[in-house]
Design a protein around this ligand. Structure first.
Ligand code: CA
Length: 387
């Protein structure tokens, strides 16, 4: 009797264990055949001759596997990574089912290239979440770029869809996509003595080890659903998330490179106490990507704005700047954009700009008052003890 009771106690636990195995959410990293290098059932031989079935993906409309070096109308098609990628024709889509943790925030990283001169865009969705990303502006001379898009999982069964919403006259004009990965985003706790969340930018979207172009973060006004926790990209154009493996980064492994002058703005609303004095400090530097000088940012804290130039120094890739402001409200906007519209010295068409990192905001007057308050209390207690 006792044995059957203990057995029945274990059964639900066992079922829960099995259920967790069955419903294991997708792991951080590349999706299954996210690089489109898995050989299709009829081989890669049919590539270039029209639609083929793509392992692990569902397709709808004219979806083609393209090969690097393949030509179209005299133009060599760009494959961002490896040898193969997919091209989406007019209104065509590819999709894959992914298991998610309901309520969690995920970020999808992918690479995309344009094929024709026309305006191209790409719709990325995990219904009901969806965003159309503009590929019109090329940020690098390579002709492709990596992007990140974040969403909140509405259920455990996610359906990731990439769709070309275009209706071009030439049906072969459509974006090429490649290298798709996913990462569950976690929002770091607010650090001590600093009201900025993720001010060091260490938490962000998935980055490929060989991804030498960084990851573009397009416009995102929803701070709850951001590939860069705590921050929003409140401008029309993207900012670039960079890593220490391919760029100069002031602190830790990740930072933000601001692009496109005031068309690329990151910001965060931080908690403040009205009338209190605060200090804003941050690192400002170059990314080590041959960006044409001068580099400068406009830094905002509440109604204060300051233009700060990066002064190149030997052996240093960045400098730390400090400015003070008085909070006017319980929430204060901290924001940055590049003062100039910089390009690289070696190709004049790749966008680049100043790097910001290690952003901190802390109360000045409050800290002083607190420490003197503690001192007074200790003195009073000492006097009482002596009496
Ligand atoms: Ca950092």
């Amino acid at each position: 009797m006792a044995r059957s009771t203990s057995c029945s106690r274990w059964v639900p636990l066992f079922l829960l264990f099995i259920a967790r195995l069955v419903f294991a959410a997708v792991e951080d990293g590349p999706l299954v055949n996210g690089d489109f290098e898995k050989v299709p059932s009829n081989g890669f031989s049919g590539v270039g001759d029209g639609p083929v079935s793509i392992p692990d993906w569902n397709t709808n409309g004219t979806v083609e596997l393209v090969e690097s070096g393949e030509k179209q109308g005299g133009m060599i098609l760009i494959v961002p990574q490896g040898v193969h990628a997919v091209r989406l024709g007019n209104d065509a889509e590819i999709s894959q089912d992914i298991k998610l943790e309901k309520g969690s925030i995920y970020s999808v990283t992918f690479s995309a290239a344009r094929t024709c001169a026309q305006l191209e865009s790409l719709n990325v969705s995990v219904p009901p979440a969806s965003q159309t990303i503009d590929l019109q502006t090329l940020y690098s001379v390579q002709g492709w770029d990596s992007y990140a898009w974040a969403f909140q999982a509405d259920s455990e069964d996610g359906h990731l869809v990439f769709r070309n919403p275009g209706m071009e006259d030439d049906p072969t004009c459509g974006p090429i996509i490649d290298d798709i990965a996913i990462k569950k985003i976690f929002t770091p706790d607010k650090p001590k003595d600093n009201v900025v969340i993720n001010g060091d930018f260490e938490e962000g979207p998935w980055m490929f080890k060989n991804g030498s172009l960084g990851v573009l973060l397009p416009t995102n006004l929803d701070e709850e659903t951001s590939s860069l926790p705590g921050w929003i990209v409140e401008s029309n154009r993207a900012v670039r998330y960079i890593d220490v493996n391919h760029f100069s980064v002031p602190q830790g492994k990740r930072a933000i490179e601001l692009l496109s002058g005031k068309e690329g703005i990151i910001s965060q609303m931080v908690e403040t106490t009205p009338k209190k004095e605060y200090s804003l400090s941050f690192s400002l530097g170059h990314a080590g990507d041959s960006c044409q000088l001068p580099l400068a940012v406009m830094a905002f804290a509440g109604d204060q704005a300051q233009n700060i130039h990066y002064l190149p120094m030997a052996n240093e890739t960045f400098a730390t700047t400090n400015l003070t402001f008085t909070a006017k409200a319980e929430r204060t906007r901290v924001a940055f954009y590049s003062v100039y519209y910089n390009t690289r010295t070696d190709d004049h068409s790749s966008l680049c700009g100043p790097v910001v990192d290690d952003i901190r905001v802390w109360a000045l007057s409050g800290a002083k008052r607190n420490s003197s308050g503690v001192l007074t209390l200790v003195l009073v207690l000492l006097v009482l003890a002596l009496l």
